[in-house]
Design a protein. Structure first.
Length: 94
């Protein structure tokens, strides 16, 4: 692909459309996150869905999620619960 036509990941994620559910499809037990020093979810997620905050908690950017499940696998404390969005998702760059 020509470098002038490459669209950065976060811009591509912004083009996804969602049918918003009544509750989030990702639930994080932030109390457990306070005990996690390494916060591997913040570096393993390819979309940057999880962000470590200065107070030790995790911010979740739901709109960035690619539904890959990587954070579920890497979280050493099972603090992340996930279900596929009921309304679904539509990728423009699949």
């Amino acid at each position: 692909m020509e470098s002038s036509k490459i669209v950065p990941l976060l811009k591509r994620l912004g083009l996804n459309t969602y049918n918003v559910d009544k509750k989030p499809h990702i639930e994080v037990n932030t109390e457990i996150c306070l005990t996690c020093k390494d916060k591997p979810c913040t570096v393993s997620c390819p979309a940057g869905t999880y962000e470590a905050l200065p107070d030790g908690r995790i911010a979740v950017h739901y709109e960035r999620c690619l539904e890959c499940g990587g954070a579920l696998v890497i979280c050493p404390f099972n603090a992340i619960k996930f279900r596929f969005p009921e309304g679904g998702i539509s990728y423009r760059y699949g």
